[in-house]
Design a protein. Structure first.
Length: 483
């Protein structure tokens, strides 16, 4: 872009064409911001011609998770009943990316009100296996980034919404420290846990985007004026690196409880459901065993790189009980939706879906909420103390750390860590089991690096070194490469 080998207008045309071509398959677009994008791209080209270069994001097309407000376009939150919602102000991260010269080409899907990958227009798909959902709730950002339909995207996480789709779609996702990126103009789910961050193809891309969007805006009072001094050439070999030893080891078999006797006679439908659930449990266990070898290979690679891995444990506290705070805050954020009965417009109405969760959260006693908050503060203090001895901690992505670090606000980088082989557990055709975490042959697995609060510079530098040593980010879904 800087040397005029490509124009912003040409990039915008290319990415818009790819979005239109692949959206019918992957369902990752809520709204194309085509008019806005073409005007921005034209201006970016004028500036380049005049010798003005805003930096590495100048003229690059990107996509926003559709919980970020953009003036002149709907902000649907992926939810039925909100399809025409208009918030006539650009979110802070949108303003900052505009200032950096990035060109917004699309508002991308999220599971309704930031849950899963099912939105009012359907299910967003995984480019590596379009029969499978892309996971969520940053479903569209991860899918579109992996499919090469945006240069990068902005997602959000409260309890896994960057980590899960980044894993499923083979992206590199950064969940920044809570209070590093302003959420002004973003849908609120949990005021004390929501975080905005980039989903990209490489670690250094995440660093470039973070440098453009972090820092106070004077409106989101949770944001701290912390420095982000990105240095890709820092000597990462001097970092103190821990690893969650117990999480990398085979899990011990839990004591088997004697199940309640099943009814002696089952209808064909009941028996089919029992058989499917049994098969699902077996597949999930096979997946855990199968994936372990990728975690083992990661530790071996790090040691080969000269990293001295020091065993560390997460503080032992009742983290699951603390998650009640998220449920209560989400119910408060959507109190009017529940009281008005408009929650019936949401597509998903199952026991674990938002409408029912919002209703049942009203029964959480105030005393329990306060106790959960007190326990959470102890967790924050304990994990911050544990990080006094480490710059980076290596962890399996799908382990308890995901809950712990979302509660404490610590940052994480999720990056591809290989691809399942032909011997991977397969989803039985027509089984309806494509909702689980079994991706099948050829799909990505991931690894997570955790950092100190506001320690993104070191965290990203270390993750970049591992990514360059492995090269998994250079593999792309075959059906969406250069076509």
């Amino acid at each position: 872009m800087r040397t005029k080998k490509v124009s912003s207008a040409a990039l915008a045309d290319m990415y818009l064409a790819r979005l239109k071509r692949y959206d019918p398959t992957l369902k990752f677009v809520v709204t194309l911001t085509e008019e806005r994008a073409r005007a921005q791209a034209k201006e970016m080209d004028r500036e380049i011609a005049a010798g003005k270069y805003r930096g590495p994001l100048h003229g690059l097309p990107w996509g926003a998770k559709d919980l970020l407000s953009v003036k002149g376009y709907p902000t649907t939150w992926g939810a039925g009943g909100f399809e025409k919602q208009a918030i006539e102000e650009d979110a802070t991260v949108v303003q900052r990316l505009d200032a950096a010269g990035a060109v917004l080409v699309a508002k991308l899907t999220l599971g309704a009100l930031a849950m899963g990958d099912e939105w009012y227009g359907g299910k967003t798909r995984n480019p590596w296996n379009p029969a499978q959902g892309s996971s969520g709730s940053s479903a569209g950002p991860a899918s579109a980034t992996a499919a090469g339909c945006v240069a990068f995207s902005i997602g959000s996480e409260t309890l896994g919404s960057i980590a899960s789709p980044s894993t499923r779609c083979g992206c590199t996702g950064l969940r920044p420290t809570f209070g590093f990126v302003p959420r002004t103009g973003a849908m609120a789910l949990s005021w004390s846990m929501d975080k905005l961050g980039p989903i990209c193809r490489e670690v250094e891309d995440c660093a470039i985007v973070l440098s453009a969007i972090c820092g106070p805006d004077g409106k989101d009072r949770t944001v701290k004026d912390a420095a982000f001094n990105w240095n890709a050439d820092v000597d990462w070999k001097k970092f103190r690196v821990g690893y969650l030893k117990a999480d990398f080891e085979p899990q011990k078999e839990q004591p088997q409880h004697v199940p309640a006797p099943e009814p002696p006679v089952a209808t064909p439908e009941e028996q089919k459901k029992r058989d499917e659930q049994k098969k699902l449990r077996e597949l999930q266990q096979q997946q855990r065993v199968y994936t372990r070898k990728y975690n083992d290979a990661a530790l071996a690679k790090l040691r080969e790189m000269g990293v001295d891995l020091i065993p560390v444990e997460m503080p032992k506290l009742p983290y699951d009980a603390m998650v009640a705070m998220l449920s209560a805050e989400a119910a408060a954020a959507f109190d009017e939706l529940t009281r008005s009965g408009r929650d019936k417009l949401l597509t998903a109405q199952g026991e674990g879906d938002w409408p029912n969760q919002f209703r049942t959260a009203r029964l959480i006693p105030a005393v329990e909420y306060v106790q959960a908050a007190r326990a959470r503060m102890l967790a924050m203090q304990a994990l911050a103390k544990a990080f006094d001895n480490f710059d980076v901690i290596v962890a399996p992505t799908n382990s308890q750390q995901l809950v712990v670090t979302n509660l404490t606000g610590h940052p994480s980088v999720i990056l591809p860590n290989g691809f399942r082989g032909d011997d991977a557990p397969r989803i039985p055709p027509g089984s309806g089991m494509d909702e689980d975490n079994i991706g099948g042959p050829g799909t990505p697995v991931s690894l997570t690096f955790l950092g100190q609060l506001y320690g993104e510079a070191k965290l990203l530098a270390f993750a970049r070194a591992y990514q360059e040593a492995t090269g998994f980010q250079k593999t792309h879904p075959k059906a969406f490469v250069a076509s």
